[in-house]
Structures are given as structure tokens and as C-alpha cells.
Design a protein around this ligand. Structure first.
Ligand code: NOJ
Length: 515
């Protein structure tokens, strides 16, 4: 009898032949294949609001931004956000309007389990998520649910959060509650969102909450126990729920593309590869590679530097042989979030690095090409070919068998409904993705635009906008208005093609061929 994993694999292989057959039409003319998953994504803390309503517990984000209003430039919080806790019907109507078949959302762990633990389930939260899911299904939209999109219950953060090995058990307990409650209607799960951003900038640095600043030590504990937590939830689902619920479960990782600063300089090429292994391979290799475990280059560098720095043991924990086996293959798809790219060159020291830290362990300097447009936040430059390249890198590293689902991709700007830059961004990035599918044979099964509407953008508060829909945060109603990018995305989904002339940016002549 075929295992559930083999069944998933067969479906993937079958769809691969469909992709190559339809890709024959040539560059510029590619159409998205039948059954391609078009969606749009959100996350609980960024949209729900109602931070203390109906028995919800506090998340570490609630606690931190209340205590440190200066954390965001506009001294804002997610207390109300887009008020989706009350306005979820509007949200579903917007998803419907876009014409996409899928909606990626997350469940707030502290809304469901106010103490973080499974001894106390908040019934109002159960009712809320069932209503949202029911409304989606009524509108023929398939929910894709993330269990953990960064909003850890504060009582668990007080125990050390993901630096505490016990978190693996608490996460498994939480996952069991969710699968029991919603697994009859939710058939696609991602366990966790962007482990790299969460651990490196939240536990290692001070950019994200919990602002732990445990660089070089806590950040690796977070990586290690999040990976084990993911595997625990995967196996729980695989053994106890999949046989009856028959769904899929995967993981969402984030990756920038690493472009060698000088493509003919071998040192820059090596630096770019090292960066990708450190910042993506650390998370992906244990799960998606044939060998499992952390990549060799990561293991060697952190072990060697730890000893040189006077530590008795490596700052990066070791997996047991059983853990290596349990992690390997523990994801039905590769969920990829991609936004931007950086130029890479080797470096032994940068002013901005803490020592020890993953940055200094990596030994690579990051820059962005001044020619790449920068329509919003500082970290974000537009370089569409980077999307095709990172998809190819993943395919090359981990094989074509593992389906890739783009669980997030989108652009930041400073607002307005005439968001031509975002229209261009989606056109150009999707065009690169189609080339990765058809010209390079990468196995991409779905794409989720980030994000449905302007929301609480973590460190940036409400100053940075990613939405397809504009939200008037000053209005009581949190009025939502479609931007040009929503209209453009709807047209792509409707026609299954990119029409660069559908909405023309009056001030630019960019086109994928020129970038
Ligand atoms: C990835 C995160 O998952 C999401 O929450 C965030 O808003 C986007 N990046 C944009 O920064």
C-alpha cells in the first residue's frame, strides 16, 4: 500500500508533466496551468485586532509593544489593526472579489489557548475561527492555515519561548487542539512562518519581538527547537490525523536571493553560496535534503568559531540521529516567502555585526544595487530576476520532487491606491516565476500574494504598506478600498496570464525583459 507521502509525490509528478506540456508556448506567452493555486495571505496579529476580547490571552507582541511604544515609528500596536476579528466578512468578500481560490491565514495561538497550554481552550476563539472558515468555504475559497505566525503566547515567552526545548511539546499540544477542532474543514496547513526572520531578528537581534538580543546563542536555540517543533507537529498530523482528514502539511521558510556582487569574482560567488547555506540551508537542509541535518558548511563554521571564541561546545546544538530522521522529509511542500535580493561579498567584520552572531558566523557583507528601485522600506529593493534564481537554487538543492508553494510575495510602499509600483512588481515577479516553471522546469504549484490589505507591518507599524486593498486606519470602519494592484491581480487570476498593458504605469517603462 502506498504511504500518504508517496500519494502526495505521485500527484506532484503528474502535475509536472502537465506543466511542461502547457509551457510550450514560449516566453512572454506563458499561462498558468489549470489547478495552479492562486491565493492571498494574511496573519492573525497583523489584521485581527481585538487583542483582549472574548477571553483572548496576550501574545508576546501585545506585551512588548504595550511596554515599548517607541518600538514602532508611529508608536502603534496591533490592538485594533484592520479589525478583522469583527470585519472578517468583508475580508472574505475581498478575497472572493480577487477571484483567487485560496486564502492563507493564521490562527492566533493565544486567542485559542490563552495560557499557551491546552488545559484551557477559549470557546469564543473556536467559534470565531469556525465562522471565518465556514464563510470562506461558502464563498468557495480554500483555507490554508498557518499554526504559528510569530504571536507566541506571553506565558510561553516568559519560559524562554523557542529557546526552551519544552516548546516542542507545547507546540505539539497546540497543534493537536487545532487539528482536532478544524481539521475536518482545513486540508492544507503550514506549521510555522519564516523561522529565519523570527529567530535571527527576534532572538538574535532586536529588530523583531521578543527583542532578545541573544545573538549567536539564543538565535540558534530558537532555530533548533522551532525545527523540532515543526517536525513534531508534522508527525502528529501524519500519524494521527492525515489518515482520516487527508490533508497536506508543510513549512514556510523565507529567503532573499544572494547575488554575487561581482559575478566573475570567485570569492563573491562563494560568499553568496555561503550566505544561502547559512540563512536558508540551516532551515531547509534538515527537512528537504536527502542527507538531512544542518548543512556541512554551517556545522563546520559555527563549531569552529565557537571553539575559537572559548565556548566548550558549539553554539549550534546537535540533532540526535533519531531527530535527523524525524526531520528529514517532514514537509509535503516547500513554502517559500520571497521579497527582495542582496549583493554578496566576503567580509570578516562589519560595524553592524554583533559577535558572536549568525551574521558574523556567515562572514558575508550585504548590499543592494542602487539601480534596483526602492519604493518603500529601507531593506526592500526590487530585483525580479532574484525570484527566478532563488526558486532555481531551491530546486537544484532539494530536487524537483518537492513541490514549491510561494506562500508570500509582495511589495512595500508608503501608501495610496494608485500603486503602479506594486502592479509592476507583481507583473515582473510573476513573470520570473513563470520562467522558473516553464523554462527551468521548477515545480511550483501555488502563489499567494502578500497581502490582502494594508496591516500592522511589525517593526514598521502602519508606516509601510503591503496591501492589495487600502485600509483607512483613521476611519472607525477601517474602510477597505481596492488598489490598482488588486484589479491587476484579479485580471491575472482571471486570464491566467500576465498582461503588462492592462494597467500601465504612466511614469515608467519597466518590463521584465529590460530588468
Ligand atoms: C513576511 C512575514 O511573514 C509577514 O508577516 C510580513 O508582513 C512580510 N514578510 C512583509 O514584511
Amino acid at each position: 500500500m502506498a504511504s500518504s507521502r508517496q500519494v502526495v509525490l505521485r500527484a506532484v509528478l503528474a502535475s509536472l508533466s502537465v506543466l511542461s506540456a502547457r509551457g510550450a508556448s514560449g516566453p512572454g506567452n506563458y499561462t498558468f496551468p489549470d489547478g495552479f493555486m492562486f491565493g492571498v495571505a494574511t496573519a492573525a496579529y497583523q489584521i485581527e485586532g481585538a487583542w483582549n476580547e472574548d477571553g483572548k490571552g496576550e501574545s508576546m507582541w501585545d506585551t512588548y509593544v504595550h511596554a515599548h511604544p517607541e518600538y514602532t515609528p508611529d508608536r502603534s500596536t496591533g490592538d485594533v489593526a484592520t479589525d478583522s476579528y469583527h470585519k472578517y466578512m468583508d475580508d472574505v468578500a475581498m478575497v472572493k472579489e480577487l477571484g483567487v481560490d485560496y486564502y492563507r491565514m493564521s490562527i492566533s495561538w493565544p486567542r485559542l489557548l490563552p495560557n499557551g497550554t491546552d488545559n484551557n481552550i477559549n470557546k469564543a476563539a473556536v467559534r470565531y475561527y469556525r465562522k471565518v472558515i465556514k464563510e470562506l468555504i461558502k464563498a468557495k475559497i480554500i483555507p490554508v492555515v498557518t499554526l504559528f505566525h510569530w504571536d507566541l503566547p506571553t506565558p510561553l515567552m516568559d519560559l524562554g519561548g523557542w529557546a526552551n526545548p519544552q516548546m516542542v511539546n507545547y507546540f505539539r499540544d497546540y497543534a493537536r487542539v487545532v487539528f482536532n477542532l478544524f481539521g475536518d474543514v482545513v486540508k492544507t496547513w503550514t506549521t510555522m512562518n519564516e523561522l529565519h526572520q523570527h529567530c535571527i531578528y527576534g532572538y538574535g537581534g532586536e529588530y523583531f519581538v521578543p527583542v532578545l538580543k541573544s545573538h549567536g546563542v539564543g538565535e540558534y536555540l530558537c532555530v533548533h527547537y522551532m525545527l523540532l517543533g515543526h517536525a513534531a507537529a508534522y508527525h502528529l498530523y501524519d500519524k494521527e490525523f492525515r489518515p482520516t482528514q487527508k490533508g497536506k502539511i508543510g513549512l514556510t521558510l523565507d529567503a532573499f536571493w544572494a547575488e554575487p556582487k561581482n559575478s566573475s569574482n570567485p570569492d563573491d560567488i562563494e560568499a553568496a553560496e555561503r550566505y544561502l547555506q547559512m540563512h536558508l540551508g540551516t532551515f531547509a537542509h534538515p527537512i528537504f535534503s536527502k542527507q538531512g541535518d544542518y548543512p556541512e558548511v554551517v556545522r563546520n563554521r559555527v563549531d569552529k568559531l565557537s571553539l575559537q571564541q572559548g565556548y566548550t561546545r558549539s553554539r549550534l546544538p546537535y540533532f540526535t540521529p533519531e531527530e535527523i530522521i524525524s526531520l528529514r522529509g517532514s514537509s509535503d511542500f516547500f513554502g517559500l516567502n520571497h521579497y527582495t535580493s542582496f549583493l554578496m561579498s566576503p567580509s570578516n567584520f562589519e560595524e553592524t555585526w554583533a559577535i558572536p552572531s549568525m551574521d558574523s558566523d556567515t562572514g558575508v557583507k550585504l548590499e543592494q544595487d542602487p539601480k534596483w528601485p526602492k519604493p518603500g522600506s529601507d531593506w526592500f529593493s526590487v530585483y525580479p530576476p532574484g525570484f527566478r534564481k532563488i526558486i532555481n537554487w531551491i530546486t537544484h538543492e532539494y530536487g524537483k520532487e518537492i513541490p514549491i508553494i510561494i506562500t508570500e510575495n509582495g511589495l512595500t510602499d508608503f501608501g495610496g491606491v494608485k500603486d503602479y509600483a506594486r502592479v509592476d512588481y507583481f507583473n515582473e515577479y510573476l513573470s520570473q516565476m513563470l520562467q522558473a516553471m516553464y523554462a527551468d522546469g521548477c515545480n511550483i504549484q501555488g502563489y499567494f500574494a502578500w497581502t490582502l490589505m494594508d496591516d500592522f507591518e511589525w517593526k514598521d507599524g502602519y508606516t509601510s504598506k503591503f496591501g492589495l486593498y487600502h485600509v483607512d486606519f483613521d476611519s472607525e470602519e477601517k474602510t477597505r478600498t481596492p488598489k490598482l494592484s488588486a484589479i491587476n491581480y484579479r485580471e491575472i487570476v482571471r486570464t491566467k496570464k500576465i498582461n503588462f498593458n492592462f494597467i500601465k504605469n504612466p511614469t515608467s517603462s519597466t518590463h521584465s525583459n529590460k530588468l
